[in-house]
Design a protein around this ligand. Structure first.
Ligand SMILES: O=C(O)CCC(=O)C(=O)O
Length: 316
């Protein structure tokens, strides 16, 4: 009897993503030709938790005309920045049955630019991606080139961003599938980013496992070691690579449907909180994003319930 009830819960959880998709998930990410008003942004995108790509919202940022690898070299080439270094381009990803964080190096930005422009070699794959408002803390000289927040989004959300992040990396640098509790306004200034997205409602099809946290260590010889962080709690992470899903191991992912979109220079992606995302980029892509903390409202509670039921029913 208990097993029959559990099976019924699993069946309903597996039906839920299609029902949610039918009501509210578009087949592709829609474009807006201009920045929405705060009311439209909130009503049409934030409230229903729908992503969109906004064109012409960055036209007035000097960064859109100015930012290039030579400009960064001239203005902030000597500035030291935190750089994530990994052997294969995957920072914060499951490797060797561990959740592995990147090695972190403090390098003058010009060293990263040398690698991006093919003038120098560095072991591993480099990605300037420290998500702690690194634009404000590490590269404040660039601030006059853009707005410190997105005014229509700040007004709609009733708050200022928690973080403004700067992203610059090699084409091999990939961000593994994950979700955040932020309303994300992701602006590409040069090059392009390719996003693979899943709505939060796909959670029953997306596997999570618990992993011992570890960090890459870059040795003097230029090789990588994986060093366990034994004292730390295990980290729940998604082991699946959506570009080459292991469907024998994670058959439930067959039911998920990814949305893919490419965000070009001058475009801004609105990525709603709790949407799963996997990100790739062109060589030397330059981007800035604004993270606004989500509202921990009833939508959050519903997602938590979906998450808990998925785990408790053994679908993970
Ligand atoms: O640009 C990337 O590589 C990742 C972006 C991301 O994960 C985020 O903004 O939450």
């Amino acid at each position: 009897m208990a097993e029959a009830a559990l099976e019924a819960v699993r069946r309903e959880l597996q039906r839920f993503p299609a029902a949610a998709r039918e009501l509210g998930v578009p087949p592709t990410v829609p474009y807006l030709d201009e920045a929405p008003t705060p009311l439209h942004f909130y009503r049409d995108w934030v409230c229903p938790s729908r992503p969109c790509i906004v064109r012409n919202a960055l036209r007035h940022w000097p960064a859109l005309q100015k930012w290039s690898l030579p400009y960064l070299r001239a203005t902030v080439g000597a500035t030291e920045v935190s750089v994530a270094v990994t052997p294969d381009g995957y920072a914060d990803a499951v490797r060797e049955d561990r959740f592995v964080r990147p090695a972190e190096r403090l390098l003058p930005l010009r060293d990263v630019l040398d690698v991006l422009e093919g003038r120098a070699w560095h072991p591993g794959v480099l990605y300037v991606q420290k998500q702690c408002s690194n634009l404000l803390t590490e590269l404040p000289q660039l601030l006059p080139d853009l707005e410190p927040h997105v005014p229509w989004a700040s007004e709609a959300l009733g708050k200022m961003p928690d973080a403004v992040n700067f992203w610059l990396g090699e084409a091999a640098a990939v961000t593994s599938l994950h979700k955040d509790h932020y309303e994300n306004l992701y602006c590409v200034l040069s090059g392009e980013k390719r996003f693979l997205l899943h709505p939060p409602s796909d959670r029953p099809f997306i596997p999570y496992e618990l992993y011992t946290p570890a960090t890459y260590r870059l040795t003097e010889a230029g090789t990588f070691e994986v060093v366990d962080e034994e004292a730390m709690e295990k980290v729940p992470w998604i082991p699946l690579d959506p570009l080459a899903p292991d469907l024998a191991r994670y058959p439930q992912y067959r039911g998920a449907q990814a949305l893919r979109c490419t965000v070009q220079a001058g475009e801004m992606l609105y990525l709603p909180a709790l949407w799963f995302h996997h990100v790739q980029q062109s060589q030397g892509c330059i981007a800035v994003n604004f993270w606004y903390d989500m509202e921990y409202d009833i939508k959050y509670n519903y997602f938590q319930l979906l998450d808990t039921l998925t785990k408790a029913s053994g679908l993970d």
